[in-house]
Design a protein around this ligand. Sequence first.
Ligand code: AMP
Length: 192
Amino acid sequence: MFNIILFGPPGSGKGTQSEWLIKNFGLTHISTGDLLRSEIEAGSEMGIEAKKYIDQGQLLPDKVMIGMIEELLRKNTNTKGYIFDGFPRTVAQAEGLDALFQRLNMELAVLISLDVEEEELKKRLIQRGKVSGRSDDNEVVITQRIKEYLNKTKVVESYYQDQGKLEKVNGIGAIEEISNNISEIVKKYHKE
Ligand code: AMP
């Protein structure tokens, strides 16, 4: 199994690059943001709770997120591997994922971090808000989401760097060029 984390601030292109990786490497996509939005659409109890956090640009509690990932991984074992997109977002989540991998006899190959500066992120997210219909793609919530990223998420990079599993990619430029750079990294870590 080949498991990777696609990491980066909101608006860094994780979703776009995940699509490309799914097509080219046949991996299964786990986007916690997408999962939570489907829960909201379904009107589930989890969705109602999640909306309160999402609409304020706040992260959901770690326990809830780790529980969600555990349930998914236990259900879907028939895959070449996973792309985690939007998880882990805190060191506690990263530790939870490590523990879970150990229990399930799985391993993380690499975390690929998309590097994009703050002004560009804001510009992209405001632009996306015009078409995405997402309740959190507006200026006030965008600012809060970036703040959460800087306060709680960015440090996750160092967590994986300490394990020798961090690879950084410039997230600014043509989409194909970024995909190619990611692809080179994936090939480097992918052992058949
Ligand atoms: P995303 O689509 O990844 O930008 O996520 C949208 C929102 O969902 C975030 O701003 C958080 O409120 C929530 N969310 C998604 N993933 C996580 C996570 N791993 N931990 C906590 N909250 C999350």
